[in-house]
Design a protein around this ligand. Structure first.
Ligand code: MLT
Length: 314
């Protein structure tokens, strides 16, 4: 009977709302990607989608919640590069990235921008460097906690510029942006999904992009790369993927993955993402197996860099 009930349940999935956990506060780039994706996923999945923001510890509290959730397909995770940096940063991580999740496929890749409060007395990267030199020891850099994309970018930037900054952690770069707009913090490295609008409106100053090529999004096209600004080898692109707890039945995983692939081809979704500088994944990383291989490669890439920086949390 149990097998029959399970099969029946599978046949019905999804028969109630599906929750997507976002491991950062509402209003930030991860939240934006999740809500944008949910719009395109609702129909192909055939379910109401609820976004649950679980912020804290650079996203790892949200990752942990999903790793320990019921594996019935009703609690999913949308997470970014932090899935590959947390293993090196957190010595007591409450989950094993490659063992405790089912990989549902990747969603997009998002460049980052180095931005500053509008009152900062610098209007380009060269002037920013001068300002940084003159204000060593007094610079506040906002991020979303150890393990956040903004943390990784900020760490690499401080290392490249040999300027230590005071980092101010938030539960997401949504709230961090509020303080940057208010002039409470000086700098932030954040994803274009969160910064494009603020840059366009002139409410923040933008100094550079973190990719090796300039961006085609009109509002960002004039921004130089950090590489061309003299920060040799700087290359950071953030990616997002979807996950379910280990042991979620394969027919459920297949149903979610199939729906994700339809959503990623939704022209409106693609247009919304591109307007914010994001690129929707179209290669084989939309398959769970290739998604997992990519995350493993990213763990191996970022681990040594983070360990060399000597940053970790117990
Ligand atoms: C990050 O820095 O990892 C993200 O901006 C966090 C967020 O999505 O708020």
């Amino acid at each position: 009977v149990a097998a029959l009930t399970a099969t029946a349940a599978l046949a019905e999935y999804p028969e109630k709302p599906v929750t997507i956990v976002v491991p950062f506060a509402a209003g930030g780039p991860t939240d934006k990607v999740a809500r944008d994706l949910a719009e395109a996923l609702r129909k192909p999945l055939g379910a109401t989608i609820i976004i649950e923001n679980v912020g804290g510890a650079g996203g790892t509290l949200g990752h942990t919640k999903v790793a320990k959730a019921a594996n019935d397909g009703y609690t999913l995770l949308l997470a970014h590069i932090g899935m590959s940096t947390a293993p090196a940063l957190y010595r007591n991580l409450q989950y094993k990235t490659l063992d405790d999740f089912e990989y549902l496929g990747m969603v997009n890749e998002v460049p980052m921008t180095l931005i500053g409060r509008s009152t900062l007395p610098a209007n380009n990267f060269a002037e920013l460097v001068k300002w940084m030199e003159a204000n060593k020891g007094k610079i506040n850099l906002a991020n979303a906690g150890l393990g956040a994309a903004s943390h990784l970018c900020g760490l690499l930037f401080q290392q490249s510029m040999k300027v230590d900054m005071t980092t101010v952690p938030y539960k997401g770069t949504g709230p961090a942006m509020t303080d940057l707009l208010g002039g409470q913090v000086d700098l932030m490295c954040d994803q274009t999904t969160n910064t494009t609008g603020q840059i366009e409106s002139g409410k923040v100053k933008a100094f550079a992009v973190t990719t090796t090529k300039r961006l085609s999004t009109p509002a960002l096209a004039k921004l130089p790369t950090l590489e061309e600004s003299g920060v040799k080898g700087f290359n950071v692109t953030i990616w997002h993927g979807m996950y379910a707890p280990k042991g979620t039945p394969k027919p459920v995983l297949d149903k979610v993955n199939a729906a994700l692939k339809v959503a990623l081809k939704d022209p409106d979704f693609i247009k919304r993402q591109e307007a914010l500088g994001a690129v929707v994944i179209t290669d084989n990383r939309t398959n769970g197996a290739d998604h997992k291989k990519f995350v493993e490669a990213e763990i191996n890439k970022w681990g040594p860099i983070i360990k060399a920086a000597g940053q970790y949390a117990d």
